[in-house]
Design a protein around this ligand. Structure first.
Ligand SMILES: [Mn+2]
Length: 258
């Protein structure tokens, strides 16, 4: 990064779920979130496996093609899921979203699959960087639903693409990064219950830790039925020593039990 990432994040099981299937990672150059799905605890396995495959990108030194590296890591994560299901047939059908940002100098690579989201706040303007791989987003794109109708649609939770171990092409984008940009990645536990206007408000004051906590609390207060996770990171000029990665949700549980 031309500058440094000041990052924070929270992952909460929420009030209604028995387990947390979201997994998060935030480090000096990598931000990643996976929202797992599947019965028999397979959702946690899927999301934490994928985060574990992606996380080493945070430690890569020297110059390399960040887009290529991130894409390859996502493909390797997908293959890790396939291997896992082969060894644990009881986990068949598990899957996970993945939204990850990898920074280098004035650029970031963004890889995305599923219905987790990445946003960027730049000079006061909030922009959603990812496009949900959902049924309702497809209907919005074709002009058949408004964004507001999509939010209340009975099939709003139908996700068309996730990592499952079958070969799949996640979406890859390259972004120009500016000093003072703020990036946010969240699971649908946040974006399903908060509007973009509300997300914008919560992201507009305070440091990343305050904003991430605020967003998670707000989503739970309005009654999110899901796991609730979010990562917030600022691109800043000064090194404030944010070197120790923050691991959250299922990824944290998995790293404890290893
Ligand atoms: Mn979710």
């Amino acid at each position: 990064v031309n500058g440094y990432l000041r990052f924070s994040g929270f992952s909460h099981r929420g009030y209604e779920r028995d387990n947390n299937e979201d997994a998060t990672y935030a480090g000096r150059r990598l931000l990643a979130l996976a929202d797992g799905m599947g019965g028999h605890a397979a959702g946690e396995v899927a999301s934490s496996l994928v985060i574990a495959e992606i996380a080493p990108l945070d430690d890569l030194e020297g110059s390399f093609d960040i887009g290529e590296a991130l894409k390859r890591a996502a493909e390797a994560a997908d293959r890790a899921l396939a291997r896992h299901v082969q060894e644990h047939p009881e986990h068949a059908g598990m899957g996970t979203t993945l939204t990850a940002l990898l920074f280098a100098e004035a650029q970031a690579a963004l890889v995305h699959i599923g219905d987790s989201r990445a946003y960027r706040l730049r000079r006061g303007d909030l922009k959603q960087l990812t496009h949900d791989d959902t049924l309702v987003q497809g209907l919005v794109d074709r002009g058949l639903l408004t964004t507001e109708e999509a939010r209340r649609h009975p099939q709003r939770s139908v996700v068309l693409k996730v990592l499952t171990g079958r070969p799949i092409e996640p979406t890859l984008q390259m972004l120009e990064v500016e000093l003072d940009d703020r990036y946010m990645i969240c699971s649908d536990g946040v974006s399903d219950v908060l509007t973009d206007t509300e997300i914008h408000e919560h992201l507009s004051g305070g440091d990343p830790q305050l904003c991430a906590g605020d967003l998670v609390n707000a989503a739970m207060r309005v009654g999110s039925h899901d796991n609730v996770s979010c990562i917030v990171a600022d691109v800043i000029a000064k090194d404030l020593g944010f070197d120790i990665p923050m691991i959250g949700g299922a990824a944290l549980d998995a790293s404890r039990s290893r």
